[in-house]
Design a protein around this ligand. Sequence first.
Ligand code: ATP
Length: 351
Amino acid sequence: MTTPSPSSLVPVSLIEGDGIGPEIAAATVRAIDTIGGRIRWERVPAGMNAITTAGDPVPKATLDSIETNQLALKGPLATPSGGGHRSVNVALRQHFDLYANVRPAKTIPGVPCRYDNVDLIIVRENTEDLYAGIEHYIDSRRSAAESIAVITRHGSERVITYAFEYARKHGRKRVTLVHKANILKMTNGLFLDVGKELAKKYADIAFDDMIVDATAMKMVVSPERFDVIVTMNLFGDILSDLAAGLVGGLGVAPASNIGASIAPGRDWPCAIFEAVHGTAPDIAGKGIANPTGLMLSAAMLLDHIDQRDVAERLRKGVFAALADPASRTGDLGGTANTQKFTDAVIAAAQR
Ligand code: ATP
């Protein structure tokens, strides 16, 4: 493998995170650097470790680094409780207007699950809906509370467009828009209308829509029917965890959060890639964590910056390492540690 020249390297902000974060980040960086990734990693703090070192879970230097690079890979973060500290994920989402959360769910041989044929993507709107934060009690006795869902044409257009563009770029055949427009006629009706309108511009991609309750049932009965699902914030939150459950849980799931802005000189929008699992404090520091979730998130990052050859090699390596009982980590019933798993990923990626 030839060493890439420094000028060809793409700078990426690396948030190692808390708990097992530093271990799985080190494994992921080693794998990517060894198999020919053209990335310059810029380590920046966030989470509990950043409270200790910088007094803030999201230090300004971290935001500045992501602002400049427009790209971040993020390990799991412990949520600071009390003390008035802000949630890192909310802060990042708001600061960079990360409007699309993308969660692939694919059956992986070697990862125990109930299905052998799932391969779907959930694109969730990440800024609107009931998460707009407009809630109040109607009186001081708290006899009732109200929450307002906000759906805008602009918000709907950008996330549905992203879903169609993603489908096109990744050779996907169908986009299914999930909603509850039979009851929520204006908010969900608007989202559905925008989807139908945009579908006319993507004649090469099949389009259909489905009520959310029917979707939940069909995802369990015949998940292979789905390709790309696009939906609003609350339904997306629930369905993306449902989808992860179809393929073995959150432990190996990757995710990306896509922003709206494209910085000068960049060909891609701002995006943050992250493992979905938590910090696993029970095994932190033991060298036995499974880096699959972060590695597959990094593969999405490599796709995003058009290093698709490296992304494919990395996925090939991860899938091969998971398929071999000798290189599986303890969470998947194996005995390999993080280093052994990573060695197997690298070896298989280079074959
Ligand atoms: P948090 O409070 O950050 O959500 P948690 O321990 O409550 O952490 P997870 O981190 O998701 O939740 O962990 C749930 C279980 O799965 C734990 O037993 C943990 O050790 C295990 N686990 C999670 N991620 C991994 C991983 N990448 N490798 C190995 N085990 C993991």
